[in-house]
Design a protein around this ligand. Structure first.
Ligand code: SF4
Ligand code: SF4
Length: 250
């Protein structure tokens, strides 16, 4: 049970897309249902999790934490309104995966396909609602879901600052990694960005990463994996992380 006696109520909302991020969250659910937070006296806090498609969600209940996967089509008035309602009923909102967090590959989409040809303007969800944490990745690792929830519930951990700052940044890509880290001489040549890129848009040349622009889908993964870029991110977009204790008034 939560510190105030209630289980942590978690809502996973999928807006749609390739479903890689939604599947990642679903894969993490068995572990999350075992409990969240850092062990206190050997006990995790109980978690009650509901996973829904945005089109079908019951918006009459309240949640401690909502995790949203998928970007939002600005032309879809129904989903835009529903997403705003999700924000209203959730104390903490997480944009999980690159499409929700920074737009990702959907920024390249021009739409026009059946059954909804009017869909053609996708954006990260922060364009419509305030986001507390943004987790880029295409998709992020399932372990990232559990780790972030543990840190939100316990109120401790480095992820909180990085992903709270990412929520304010709204977009970053391989171009930003080049501009902020490589071309400013901050790069230490660790190669983490190259290994994290899902499209192999980065290659090491003379012990420094180089971008292959036509391969970059602007997923932002390299930026949040780079130890030097995350320092730049937190300095440029300072954010006070929201924790479960704070939103419950504990
Ligand atoms: S370089 Fe790779 S990891 Fe970085 S934003 Fe582009 S596609 Fe994503
Ligand atoms: S992760 Fe950052 S520091 Fe490491 S090689 Fe890439 S740009 Fe350089």
């Amino acid at each position: 049970m939560g510190e105030d006696g209630r289980a942590v109520r978690i809502l996973h909302i999928d807006i749609g897309g390739c479903e890689g991020c939604a599947v990642t969250v679903l894969r993490a659910l068995p572990l999350i249902r075992q409990g969240v937070g850092l062990p206190r006296g050997g006990t995790l806090l109980k978690a009650e999790v509901h996973s829904k498609y945005l089109g079908n969600v019951d918006l009459n209940r309240e949640y401690d934490i909502a995790i949203v996967t998928g970007s939002i089509c600005l032309k879809d008035e129904e989903f835009v309104e529903k997403l705003k309602k999700v924000r209203e009923i959730s104390k903490i909102l997480v944009a999980f995966g690159s499409c929700a967090a920074v737009g990702g590959v959907t920024l390249f989409a021009r739409g026009g396909q059946l059954p909804k040809p009017e869909h053609m303007v996708w954006q990260p969800i922060a364009v419509v609602v305030d986001v507390d944490y943004a987790v880029p990745g295409c998709p992020p690792a399932p372990a990232a879901v559990k780790a972030l929830l543990d840190q939100i519930v316990s109120g401790r951990g480095l992820f909180l600052n990085i992903f709270a700052s990412a929520a304010k940044a709204r977009k970053f890509s391989g171009y930003d990694l080049m501009d902020d880290v490589v071309l400013t001489g901050l790069c230490v040549g660790c190669g983490a960005c190259v290994l994290s890129c899902p499209t192999q848009a980065l290659q090491m040349i003379d012990r420094r990463p180089d971008l292959i622009p036509e391969k970059c889908i602007r997923c932002g993964t390299c930026y949040v994996r780079c130890p030097r870029a995350t320092q730049v991110l937190m300095r440029r977009f300072p954010a006070r992380p929201k924790t479960l204790r704070e939103v419950r008034g504990g």
